[in-house]
Design a protein around this ligand. Structure first.
Ligand SMILES: Cc1ncc(COP(=O)(O)O)c(C=O)c1O
Length: 371
């Protein structure tokens, strides 16, 4: 009975696909400690250094954290909604000037819940080919027909819309704003134009942009001044905000619908109140102070030829990608090989993610090694 699993693991090992959980001793600012080695951490989503920040954590516990419990003991629709959940939802609604907001336990829960329920039998979803696995899993779980258009190819999307839109009742377009593995940015203005022209619901996942882009850190839609054009906007607290969880903000009718239909929301214990309070505290107290460091980080990303703080170094081959990671490791850099199925076959890569305390001089040796 277990042979099939053994064969699978052997096959993964043979093609340098095998994943394992690394033992990390500690993290301290931009550094990570593994087996006694101190390495520059280029694989973190802690973009603003707000997670594992001892000073900040102490301040939070002293000021507010001590009031909140570590477990919610119930789903939100049962007894899991204390005032702090609504306070954070209202804060997000006010910031985005949207109609309503709903918290999810993670970005994964949010995307699975939204994309499996928002379109049903007889409806259609158009999804960027490089959208995150959680969006794909959501679509797979639902009953709607879905098409995956070539990455950020607005001509291909419009062709699909012309051909298919009228064959369905409701239609949804879903995309990330900053793509998690490529660091490029979707043509959001064109997506808005297409959603209006073809009468679609537009869902944008700003997981990697929330807390990084925009005057107030609300994401790329804030920067482009198109917030009011997006029907549902997803953001996560586990990346730039340094906490955990996610939100979706947008039209009230859709939020009410998700409360009733999104199974990953309905059938899961709510986030720990202390995390909800931490996310709220960070957004209210720390995020407004980060404009300068966010802009500096994005400038460094652009210098490295990316549109964001995420820089893909595409190697292609699995073995060579792992080998490059090992060389970088030996030179004091912690990077991870990103391989299929996370990225398309033949595009294995190292995904460098900057954090605000990484400086240009930290990367000189890395650039010469990669070069
Ligand atoms: C674009 C995108 N959406 C959603 C998620 C999932 O978010 P979470 O880690 O909060 O589950 C990720 C995580 O990496 C992501 O990259």
């Amino acid at each position: 009975m277990f042979e099939v699993y053994e064969d699978c693991i052997n096959e993964l090992e043979k093609h340098a696909h095998f994943r394992f959980i690394r033992d990390i001793e500690k993290k301290d600012g931009k550094f990570i400690y593994i087996k006694g080695e101190k390495l520059l951490n280029l694989s973190s989503n802690n973009y603003l250094n707000l997670a594992d920040n001892k000073e900040l954590t102490d301040k939070f516990y002293a000021q507010v954290g001590y009031k909140y419990s570590l477990g919610s003991a119930s789903a939100r629709l049962l007894t899991g909604t204390l005032p702090v959940y609504k306070e954070l939802e209202n804060l997000i609604t006010d910031l985005y000037k949207s109609e309503d907001t709903l918290l999810f336990n993670s970005g994964y829960h949010a995307n699975v819940g939204i994309n499996s329920s928002i379109a049903g039998r007889g409806d259609v979803i158009f999804s960027d080919k490089l959208n995150h696995a959680s969006i794909i899993d959501g679509m797979r779980l639902g009953d709607a027909k879905f098409f995956r258009y070539p990455h950020n190819d607005m001509t291909a999307l419009e062709k699909l819309l012309t051909r298919e839109r009228n064959n369905f009742k409701n239609s949804v377009i879903v995309s990330e704003s900053v793509f998690s593995m490529d660091g490029d940015i979707a043509d959001l203005k064109k997506l808005v134009e297409l959603k209006n022209k073809y009468n679609c619901i537009l869902i944008l996942d700003e997981a990697h942009a929330f807390g990084v882009f925009g005057k107030n850190g609300l994401g790329v839609c804030e920067e482009l001044d198109i917030l009011s054009e997006v029907d549902l906007l997803v953001g996560t607290f586990g990346k730039a905000i340094g906490s955990t969880g996610a939100f979706v903000t947008g039209r009230k009718i859709l939020i009410d619908y998700l409360i009733n239909k999104a199974r990953s929301f309905i059938f899961s214990t709510a986030l720990p109140p202390v995390n909800v309070a931490f996310s709220k505290w960070i957004i209210e107290n720390e995020l407004p102070k980060t404009f300068e460091k966010r802009m500096k980080m994005l400038e460094l990303g652009r210098k490295l030829k990316s549109q964001s703080h995420i820089i893909p170094v595409i190697v292609g081959d699995n073995e060579k990608t792992v080998e490059l990671c090992n060389i970088l490791y030996q030179n004091g850099y912690f990077t991870l090989p990103i391989r299929p199925p996370t990225v398309p076959v033949g595009t294995s890569r190292i995904r460098l993610s900057l954090t605000a305390d990484i400086e240009e001089k930290d990367l000189e040796k890395l650039c010469s090694i990669i070069g």
